[in-house]
Design a protein around this ligand. Structure first.
Ligand SMILES: *[C@@H]1O[C@H](CO)[C@@H](O)[C@H](O)[C@H]1NC(C)=O
Length: 235
């Protein structure tokens, strides 16, 4: 066999081992979930029928020796994660589905999650991964609030939630519960004081937005001041 032929043969062998027979496809690119909720990530992975899978796991990082750390061996996760394998066999390659469930997600769980599988003859991971963003709540409001006028405050997650089932909201004014259950809070006429507002999701009262102070601009005072100033200037 000439060197050239040998090279081609080697390349073909290499291709068939590392090529398209192995793969990981994630069911989505990104997920935004509310802090404290349970999320499920999944992917399908495939390998040639003659090969045998010896290990499957999800990871976000490598350890100091460069080894991928399974979430089940990671102190930050191990009590909250579950792995699940689904096994529909297909003809030429073996294609399987794998699920990762993380309970009680924290802001520190925001990361890219990747799936790895090891077979008798190969090691493989899908580097596109699924990006998880863990959301808190925020109160948004107009930049200027004028005394005597109405104002609408909005409570929303810090990223658009993937699971868009309807949520009930709770509002607090100076720490006291208000009756409104919508994500909008309409105040008809605001006066004077700098009241503090925050919001939460019903059933998840532990997850509260930071307090926001509604600073009301007293417009009458400015007009009065302007009138006095003008009189002063033109006299
Ligand atoms: C709102 O919060 C600020 C800062 O924490 C505090 O100084 C102020 O007294 C609060 N206002 C009311 C009406 O409770």
């Amino acid at each position: 066999m000439s060197l050239r032929t040998a090279g081609i043969v080697l390349m073909v062998i290499f291709w068939s081992v590392t090529g398209q027979d192995y793969g990981v496809t994630y069911t989505t690119h990104s997920i935004c979930a509310l802090k404290g909720s349970t999320v499920e990530l999944s992917c399908t992975y495939k390998y040639p029928k003659k090969d045998k899978v010896t290990s499957t796991f999800w990871f976000t990082r490598k350890d100091s020796r460069g080894k991928f750390v399974s979430l089940r061996d990671d102190d930050d996760y191990k009590s909250r994660v579950k792995y699940n394998n689904d096994e529909p066999e297909s003809r030429k390659t073996t294609e399987k589905r794998h699920f990762l469930t993380i309970g009680g997600v924290r802001e520190s769980d925001s990361a890219k999650y990747m799936f790895r599988f090891i077979t008798s003859s190969n090691k493989y991971f899908g580097n596109t991964g699924i990006r998880l963003s863990v959301s808190g709540l925020q109160v948004t409001f107009p930049s200027t609030v004028i005394e005597g006028q109405g104002v609408s405050l909005t409570c929303s997650p810090t990223c658009p939630l993937t699971d868009n089932s309807k949520l009930s909201y709770i509002w607090y004014k100076n720490g006291h519960l208000l009756t409104n259950e919508h994500n909008d809070l309409n105040l008809h006429t605001v006066i004077g004081d700098a009241d503090n507002y925050s919001c939460a999701v019903k059933g998840r009262e532990m997850l509260r937005s930071p307090e926001f102070t509604l600073n009301v601009r007293c417009v009458q005072f400015h007009i009065l001041y302007f009138v006095i100033l003008q009189q002063h200037l033109f006299n």
